[in-house]
Design a protein around this ligand. Structure first.
Ligand code: NDP
Ligand code: 8X3
Length: 256
Protein backbone atom coordinates (compact mmCIF):
# COMPACT_ATOMS: atom_id res chain seq x y z
CA UNK A 1 0.00 0.00 0.00
CA UNK A 2 1.21 3.49 -0.80
CA UNK A 3 1.74 5.98 2.01
CA UNK A 4 2.39 9.31 0.30
CA UNK A 5 0.75 9.42 -3.11
CA UNK A 6 -0.99 12.59 -4.20
CA UNK A 7 -4.68 12.63 -3.31
CA UNK A 8 -7.54 13.11 -5.79
CA UNK A 9 -11.08 13.59 -4.51
CA UNK A 10 -13.92 12.69 -6.89
CA UNK A 11 -17.58 13.36 -6.15
CA UNK A 12 -20.08 11.00 -7.80
CA UNK A 13 -17.58 8.17 -8.31
CA UNK A 14 -20.15 5.36 -8.19
CA UNK A 15 -20.90 5.54 -11.92
CA UNK A 16 -20.01 6.99 -15.31
CA UNK A 17 -17.48 9.79 -15.57
CA UNK A 18 -16.60 9.80 -11.85
CA UNK A 19 -15.93 6.06 -11.82
CA UNK A 20 -13.77 6.34 -14.96
CA UNK A 21 -11.80 9.14 -13.28
CA UNK A 22 -11.24 6.92 -10.23
CA UNK A 23 -9.86 4.20 -12.52
CA UNK A 24 -7.44 6.43 -14.40
CA UNK A 25 -6.05 8.20 -11.32
CA UNK A 26 -5.67 4.91 -9.40
CA UNK A 27 -3.90 3.41 -12.42
CA UNK A 28 -1.50 6.37 -12.27
CA UNK A 29 -0.73 5.83 -8.59
CA UNK A 30 -2.88 8.53 -6.99
CA UNK A 31 -4.65 7.88 -3.69
CA UNK A 32 -8.35 8.65 -3.86
CA UNK A 33 -11.25 9.97 -1.86
CA UNK A 34 -14.34 8.75 -3.68
CA UNK A 35 -17.85 9.89 -2.81
CA UNK A 36 -21.45 9.12 -3.74
CA UNK A 37 -24.73 8.10 -2.15
CA UNK A 38 -24.46 4.36 -2.93
CA UNK A 39 -22.22 2.85 -0.29
CA UNK A 40 -22.01 -0.65 -1.80
CA UNK A 41 -20.83 0.76 -5.13
CA UNK A 42 -18.19 2.86 -3.38
CA UNK A 43 -16.94 -0.15 -1.42
CA UNK A 44 -16.74 -2.44 -4.45
CA UNK A 45 -14.90 0.21 -6.48
CA UNK A 46 -12.49 0.71 -3.59
CA UNK A 47 -11.66 -2.96 -3.24
CA UNK A 48 -11.31 -3.42 -7.02
CA UNK A 49 -8.93 -0.48 -7.44
CA UNK A 50 -6.94 -1.10 -4.26
CA UNK A 51 -6.36 -4.69 -5.30
CA UNK A 52 -5.44 -3.82 -8.88
CA UNK A 53 -3.28 -0.75 -8.31
CA UNK A 54 -2.14 -0.87 -4.66
CA UNK A 55 -3.29 2.68 -3.90
CA UNK A 56 -5.17 3.91 -0.79
CA UNK A 57 -8.83 4.71 -1.30
CA UNK A 58 -11.13 6.39 1.19
CA UNK A 59 -14.89 6.16 0.60
CA UNK A 60 -17.33 8.80 1.85
CA UNK A 61 -21.03 8.13 1.47
CA UNK A 62 -23.05 11.34 1.48
CA UNK A 63 -25.50 13.44 -0.51
CA UNK A 64 -23.71 16.52 -1.90
CA UNK A 65 -26.95 18.52 -1.73
CA UNK A 66 -27.07 18.25 2.07
CA UNK A 67 -24.69 20.87 3.47
CA UNK A 68 -24.62 19.24 6.93
CA UNK A 69 -23.72 15.82 5.52
CA UNK A 70 -21.04 17.37 3.31
CA UNK A 71 -19.47 19.24 6.24
CA UNK A 72 -19.58 16.34 8.69
CA UNK A 73 -18.07 13.82 6.26
CA UNK A 74 -15.35 16.11 4.96
CA UNK A 75 -14.39 17.74 8.25
CA UNK A 76 -13.86 14.40 10.02
CA UNK A 77 -11.11 13.39 7.60
CA UNK A 78 -7.61 13.19 9.13
CA UNK A 79 -5.30 16.08 8.18
CA UNK A 80 -3.19 13.91 5.85
CA UNK A 81 -6.29 13.29 3.69
CA UNK A 82 -7.11 16.98 3.53
CA UNK A 83 -4.04 17.55 1.35
CA UNK A 84 -6.14 17.15 -1.78
CA UNK A 85 -4.20 17.85 -4.99
CA UNK A 86 -7.19 17.56 -7.34
CA UNK A 87 -10.90 17.92 -6.60
CA UNK A 88 -13.22 16.70 -9.36
CA UNK A 89 -16.68 18.21 -8.83
CA UNK A 90 -18.51 15.62 -10.88
CA UNK A 91 -21.63 14.59 -8.92
CA UNK A 92 -24.64 15.79 -10.84
CA UNK A 93 -27.71 14.82 -12.76
CA UNK A 94 -30.52 15.79 -15.04
CA UNK A 95 -34.12 14.91 -14.20
CA UNK A 96 -36.79 15.22 -16.88
CA UNK A 97 -36.80 16.74 -20.35
CA UNK A 98 -40.05 18.70 -20.43
CA UNK A 99 -41.11 22.18 -21.43
CA UNK A 100 -41.00 24.72 -18.62
CA UNK A 101 -44.78 24.69 -18.10
CA UNK A 102 -44.75 20.93 -17.46
CA UNK A 103 -41.62 20.64 -15.30
CA UNK A 104 -41.72 18.80 -11.98
CA UNK A 105 -40.83 21.03 -9.04
CA UNK A 106 -39.14 18.18 -7.18
CA UNK A 107 -36.92 17.48 -10.22
CA UNK A 108 -36.03 21.16 -10.45
CA UNK A 109 -35.15 21.33 -6.75
CA UNK A 110 -32.99 18.19 -6.96
CA UNK A 111 -31.04 19.45 -9.99
CA UNK A 112 -30.45 22.88 -8.48
CA UNK A 113 -29.55 21.45 -5.07
CA UNK A 114 -27.15 18.85 -6.51
CA UNK A 115 -25.54 20.51 -9.52
CA UNK A 116 -25.15 24.00 -8.05
CA UNK A 117 -25.44 23.90 -4.27
CA UNK A 118 -23.70 20.53 -3.90
CA UNK A 119 -20.75 21.72 -5.97
CA UNK A 120 -20.56 24.86 -3.82
CA UNK A 121 -20.72 23.02 -0.47
CA UNK A 122 -17.87 20.69 -1.43
CA UNK A 123 -15.78 23.43 -3.06
CA UNK A 124 -15.96 25.77 -0.08
CA UNK A 125 -14.46 23.18 2.26
CA UNK A 126 -11.89 21.70 -0.11
CA UNK A 127 -10.72 25.09 -1.45
CA UNK A 128 -9.85 26.06 2.14
CA UNK A 129 -7.68 22.94 2.42
CA UNK A 130 -5.98 23.87 -0.86
CA UNK A 131 -5.40 27.42 0.36
CA UNK A 132 -3.52 25.95 3.37
CA UNK A 133 -1.19 24.20 0.91
CA UNK A 134 -1.02 27.13 -1.58
CA UNK A 135 -1.78 24.72 -4.40
CA UNK A 136 -4.47 22.51 -5.85
CA UNK A 137 -6.63 22.02 -8.91
CA UNK A 138 -10.43 22.11 -9.00
CA UNK A 139 -12.13 20.47 -11.97
CA UNK A 140 -15.77 21.41 -12.42
CA UNK A 141 -17.80 19.13 -14.66
CA UNK A 142 -20.03 21.45 -16.63
CA UNK A 143 -21.65 20.46 -19.91
CA UNK A 144 -22.36 21.62 -23.44
CA UNK A 145 -25.73 22.28 -21.72
CA UNK A 146 -23.94 25.05 -19.82
CA UNK A 147 -22.83 26.71 -23.05
CA UNK A 148 -25.93 26.28 -25.23
CA UNK A 149 -29.58 25.97 -24.27
CA UNK A 150 -31.73 23.32 -25.96
CA UNK A 151 -35.47 22.64 -26.07
CA UNK A 152 -36.84 21.26 -22.79
CA UNK A 153 -33.41 21.40 -21.14
CA UNK A 154 -34.43 24.56 -19.20
CA UNK A 155 -33.49 23.87 -15.56
CA UNK A 156 -30.64 21.43 -16.31
CA UNK A 157 -29.29 24.03 -18.77
CA UNK A 158 -29.58 26.68 -16.06
CA UNK A 159 -27.68 24.57 -13.51
CA UNK A 160 -24.82 23.95 -15.95
CA UNK A 161 -24.73 27.65 -16.93
CA UNK A 162 -24.36 28.27 -13.18
CA UNK A 163 -21.42 25.82 -13.10
CA UNK A 164 -19.88 27.80 -15.99
CA UNK A 165 -20.23 31.04 -14.01
CA UNK A 166 -18.95 29.49 -10.78
CA UNK A 167 -15.98 28.02 -12.61
CA UNK A 168 -14.98 31.49 -13.80
CA UNK A 169 -15.68 33.03 -10.39
CA UNK A 170 -13.66 30.41 -8.51
CA UNK A 171 -10.68 30.95 -10.81
CA UNK A 172 -10.70 34.66 -9.99
CA UNK A 173 -11.20 34.23 -6.24
CA UNK A 174 -8.58 31.49 -5.89
CA UNK A 175 -6.02 33.10 -8.23
CA UNK A 176 -3.89 34.60 -5.46
CA UNK A 177 -3.57 31.21 -3.75
CA UNK A 178 -2.10 29.49 -6.81
CA UNK A 179 -5.09 27.19 -7.21
CA UNK A 180 -6.03 26.10 -10.71
CA UNK A 181 -9.70 25.93 -11.74
CA UNK A 182 -10.90 24.21 -14.92
CA UNK A 183 -14.29 23.41 -16.42
CA UNK A 184 -14.73 20.28 -18.52
CA UNK A 185 -17.86 20.56 -20.65
CA UNK A 186 -18.83 17.32 -22.39
CA UNK A 187 -21.44 16.68 -25.04
CA UNK A 188 -23.22 13.32 -25.16
CA UNK A 189 -21.43 10.71 -23.04
CA UNK A 190 -23.09 7.31 -22.76
CA UNK A 191 -23.39 6.67 -19.00
CA UNK A 192 -26.34 6.25 -16.62
CA UNK A 193 -27.06 9.97 -17.24
CA UNK A 194 -30.02 9.50 -19.62
CA UNK A 195 -31.50 6.66 -17.57
CA UNK A 196 -31.48 8.98 -14.56
CA UNK A 197 -32.88 11.84 -16.68
CA UNK A 198 -35.78 9.63 -17.81
CA UNK A 199 -36.47 8.31 -14.31
CA UNK A 200 -35.21 4.78 -15.04
CA UNK A 201 -36.73 4.35 -18.53
CA UNK A 202 -33.93 2.29 -20.13
CA UNK A 203 -35.50 2.16 -23.60
CA UNK A 204 -35.89 5.94 -23.80
CA UNK A 205 -32.35 6.37 -22.50
CA UNK A 206 -30.88 4.00 -25.10
CA UNK A 207 -32.49 5.97 -27.93
CA UNK A 208 -30.50 9.08 -27.01
CA UNK A 209 -27.31 7.36 -28.18
CA UNK A 210 -28.68 5.58 -31.26
CA UNK A 211 -27.42 6.36 -34.77
CA UNK A 212 -24.12 7.97 -33.78
CA UNK A 213 -21.06 7.18 -31.70
CA UNK A 214 -21.28 8.98 -28.36
CA UNK A 215 -18.38 9.66 -26.03
CA UNK A 216 -17.69 7.16 -23.28
CA UNK A 217 -16.76 8.02 -19.70
CA UNK A 218 -13.13 7.04 -20.31
CA UNK A 219 -12.83 9.77 -22.98
CA UNK A 220 -13.68 12.38 -20.34
CA UNK A 221 -11.48 10.81 -17.64
CA UNK A 222 -8.48 10.77 -19.99
CA UNK A 223 -9.08 14.43 -20.82
CA UNK A 224 -9.30 15.38 -17.15
CA UNK A 225 -6.11 13.45 -16.44
CA UNK A 226 -4.36 15.32 -19.27
CA UNK A 227 -5.61 18.67 -17.92
CA UNK A 228 -4.33 17.96 -14.40
CA UNK A 229 -0.98 16.70 -15.71
CA UNK A 230 0.09 20.03 -17.26
CA UNK A 231 3.11 21.82 -15.75
CA UNK A 232 2.49 24.11 -12.75
CA UNK A 233 2.49 27.27 -14.87
CA UNK A 234 -0.17 25.99 -17.32
CA UNK A 235 -3.91 25.97 -16.69
CA UNK A 236 -6.59 24.92 -19.16
CA UNK A 237 -9.47 27.17 -18.13
CA UNK A 238 -12.36 25.74 -20.03
CA UNK A 239 -12.74 22.84 -22.38
CA UNK A 240 -15.64 21.58 -24.53
CA UNK A 241 -15.41 17.95 -25.60
CA UNK A 242 -17.97 16.52 -28.01
CA UNK A 243 -18.52 13.32 -29.98
CA UNK A 244 -17.26 13.90 -33.53
CA UNK A 245 -20.84 13.28 -34.70
CA UNK A 246 -22.26 16.06 -32.48
CA UNK A 247 -21.65 19.69 -33.46
CA UNK A 248 -23.98 21.09 -30.79
CA UNK A 249 -26.82 19.73 -28.63
CA UNK A 250 -29.15 19.94 -31.64
CA UNK A 251 -26.88 19.11 -34.61
CA UNK A 252 -26.16 15.39 -34.72
CA UNK A 253 -24.80 13.53 -37.72
CA UNK A 254 -26.96 10.42 -37.23
CA UNK A 255 -26.49 7.20 -39.23
CA UNK A 256 -23.62 8.69 -41.23
P1 NDP B 1 -23.99 9.05 -13.94
O1 NDP B 1 -25.44 9.03 -13.64
O2 NDP B 1 -23.36 7.84 -14.50
O3 NDP B 1 -23.17 9.49 -12.64
C1 NDP B 1 -23.61 10.51 -11.79
C2 NDP B 1 -22.85 10.44 -10.48
O4 NDP B 1 -23.29 11.55 -9.65
C3 NDP B 1 -23.13 9.16 -9.72
O5 NDP B 1 -21.92 8.65 -9.20
C4 NDP B 1 -24.03 9.60 -8.58
O6 NDP B 1 -23.77 8.84 -7.43
C5 NDP B 1 -23.58 11.05 -8.37
N1 NDP B 1 -24.61 11.86 -7.73
C6 NDP B 1 -25.79 12.26 -8.26
N2 NDP B 1 -26.50 12.94 -7.34
C7 NDP B 1 -25.75 12.96 -6.20
C8 NDP B 1 -25.93 13.51 -4.91
N3 NDP B 1 -27.03 14.19 -4.58
N4 NDP B 1 -24.95 13.34 -3.99
C9 NDP B 1 -23.84 12.66 -4.30
N5 NDP B 1 -23.59 12.13 -5.51
C10 NDP B 1 -24.54 12.27 -6.44
O7 NDP B 1 -23.78 10.27 -14.95
P2 NDP B 1 -22.46 10.92 -15.60
O8 NDP B 1 -21.25 10.20 -15.20
O9 NDP B 1 -22.74 11.09 -17.04
O10 NDP B 1 -22.50 12.36 -14.93
C11 NDP B 1 -21.43 12.93 -14.21
C12 NDP B 1 -21.44 14.43 -14.42
O11 NDP B 1 -21.22 14.71 -15.80
C13 NDP B 1 -22.74 15.14 -14.06
O12 NDP B 1 -22.42 16.35 -13.41
C14 NDP B 1 -23.39 15.40 -15.42
O13 NDP B 1 -24.26 16.51 -15.37
C15 NDP B 1 -22.16 15.66 -16.26
N6 NDP B 1 -22.32 15.52 -17.69
C16 NDP B 1 -22.73 14.32 -18.23
C17 NDP B 1 -22.86 14.22 -19.60
C18 NDP B 1 -23.38 12.98 -20.26
O14 NDP B 1 -23.79 13.06 -21.44
N7 NDP B 1 -23.37 11.83 -19.61
C19 NDP B 1 -22.49 15.33 -20.49
C20 NDP B 1 -22.11 16.54 -19.81
C21 NDP B 1 -22.00 16.59 -18.46
P3 NDP B 1 -24.88 8.23 -6.43
O15 NDP B 1 -26.08 7.89 -7.24
O16 NDP B 1 -24.20 7.05 -5.81
O17 NDP B 1 -25.10 9.31 -5.45
C1 8X3 C 1 -25.27 16.27 -20.68
C2 8X3 C 1 -25.22 16.52 -22.16
O1 8X3 C 1 -26.50 17.55 -24.12
O2 8X3 C 1 -27.69 15.96 -22.69
O3 8X3 C 1 -24.94 17.39 -19.95
O4 8X3 C 1 -27.20 18.15 -21.90
S1 8X3 C 1 -26.72 17.08 -22.73
Amino acid sequence: MSTSNKIVMITGATSGIGEACAEIYAANNFDLIITGRREEKLKSLRSKLEKRFGVNITTLCFDVSDSKQVASHLNQLPSRLKKVAVLINNAGLSLGLDPIQDGELTDWDTMIDTNIKGLLYVSKIVSNWMIEESKGHIINIGSIAGKQVYANGNVYNATKHAVDALNQAMRIDLLKFGIKVTAINPGAVETAFSEVRFHGDKEKAKKVYEGFEPLVAKDIAETIFFVTSRPDHVNINDLIIMPTAQASPYYLNKNS
